[in-house]
Design a protein around this ligand. Structure first.
Ligand code: NAD
Ligand code: DAU
Length: 332
């Protein structure tokens, strides 16, 4: 049995991954999570106590991290400040967690010689033109736009350096935009769905032409597990499910699935430095590790996600008012 440390396991994707590992392996998981505004223990509710242990703490706490690394075999590092809009408002926590936190973990991986998987984002590559036939590959040059993506790019570089210079047994995955249950209401899809439930009109930044490449969080989890299990040490794998959609298309689909009139949304102030388009070529992951996405029908996955938000208002309601107050202060 593998003893796995999952950082950020009380967040959106880390909690999905923890459920995925419990369902598909016999591994024991220790979750390390600071429970920032984005962490929620309710996202781990119902998991067997004998398989999942929770530790509240900061990935930048070297003493705590050292003790945890001593008693695991491998680490999946999800913990991060993850929201672009927050990084434009206050970048400091992004530097602390995404850069210094990753450094602290890498030093522990080096000292204890632990297998280390770093979860990253396609945003490290910057953006593409709408009509560019190219998609991001593992050899696309790094060109991050926001403080969030710059700190994720920096953390990727730290992982590569620790692998090359110190022999840390590391892999990296860079994934596109995730959707699914348990995503914080600050993010695009949950914000619009919960707005509609509350009788507020959806908010589209700028003209809504920006394109994101959507993947269900379960498919991201299966990809991370595949890389952790059988990825080649020192390699990077891009994760995506061929799900390109403009933000306008997504809002219009959400409105239709929720029985609202087609044009019942508002255009609001655009995001500063707003990346135009992300698109992932995941051929390497598919060819080398035999990975395939299970969710191929975005509309069906979105409909299930909407049902989840309708049925789980107790999970998201506590964060909704503060999130909307933050956006209102920015004209969004
Ligand atoms: P999230 O914001 O929902 O969750 C982040 C979690 O990390 C929270 O539980 C939070 O409490 C915890 N955390 C934050 N700072 C911490 C610290 N200093 N110490 C310990 N725990 C801390 O984020 P998410 O959307 O689940 O993203 C998880 C990871 O996946 C991130 O590394 C992100 O960059 C990456 N990623 C996300 C997406 C996406 O679409 N959401 C896509 C690609 C990659
Ligand atoms: O590509 C992977 C990245 O996807 C991850 O690394 C990030 O952690 C994750 O947050 C996500 O980043 P985005 O900035 O693409 O996601 P967000 O949900 O914030 O916004 C998606 C798109 O929707 C983006 O073009 C901005 C737009 N948007 C967002 C909000 C919150 C709106 O039009 N209206 C909104 O209210």
């Amino acid at each position: 049995m593998t003893r796995l440390l999952v950082t950020g396991g009380a967040g959106f994707i880390g909690s999905n991954f923890t459920r995925h590992v419990v369902a598909h392996t016999d591994w024991h998981v220790t979750v390390l999570d600071k429970l920032t505004y984005a962490g929620n223990l309710a996202s781990l509710a119902g998991l067997p106590e004998g398989r999942v242990e929770f530790v509240r703490g900061d990935v930048g706490d070297a003493e705590l991290v050292d003790g945890l690394f001593a008693r695991v075999d491998a680490v999946a590092h999800f913990a991060a400040e993850s929201h672009n809009d927050n990084s434009l408002h206050d970048p400091r926590p992004f530097l602390d967690t995404n850069l210094a936190g990753t450094y602290t973990l890498l030093e522990a991986a080096r000292k204890h010689d632990r297998r280390f998987h770093h979860v990253s984002t396609d945003e490290v590559y910057g953006d593409l033109e709408l009509d560019d036939p190219a998609r991001f590959t593992e050899s696309t040059p790094y060109n991050p736009s926001s403080p969030y993506s710059a700190t994720k790019a920096g953390s990727d570089m730290l992982v590569r350096a620790w692998a090359r210079s110190f022999g840390v047994r590391a892999t990296i995955s860079n994934c596109s935009n995730n959707y699914g249950p348990f995503q914080h209401v600050e993010k695009f899809i949950p914000r619009q769905v919960t707005n509609i439930i509350r009788g507020i009109r959806p908010r589209l930044y700028g003209a809504g032409q920006n394109v994101r490449d959507w993947i269900h969080a379960d498919d991201h989890s299966s990809a991370v597990l595949a890389v952790l299990d059988r990825g080649r040490i020192g390699e990077t794998y891009l994760v995506g499910a061929d799900g390109e959609k403009s933000n306008k298309e997504v809002v219009e689909l959400v409105l239709r699935l929720m029985g609202q009139p087609a044009g019942a949304y508002d255009h609001v102030a655009d995001r500063a430095g707003h990346d135009l388009r992300y698109a992932i070529d995941s051929a390497k992951l598919r060819a080398e590790l035999g990975w395939q996405p299970r969710y191929r029908d975005f509309e069906a996955g979105l409909a299930d996600t909407i049902d989840w938000y309708r049925a789980n208002e107790h999970w998201w309601a506590p964060a909704k008012d503060a999130t909307e107050a933050f956006y209102a202060g920015k004209g969004q």
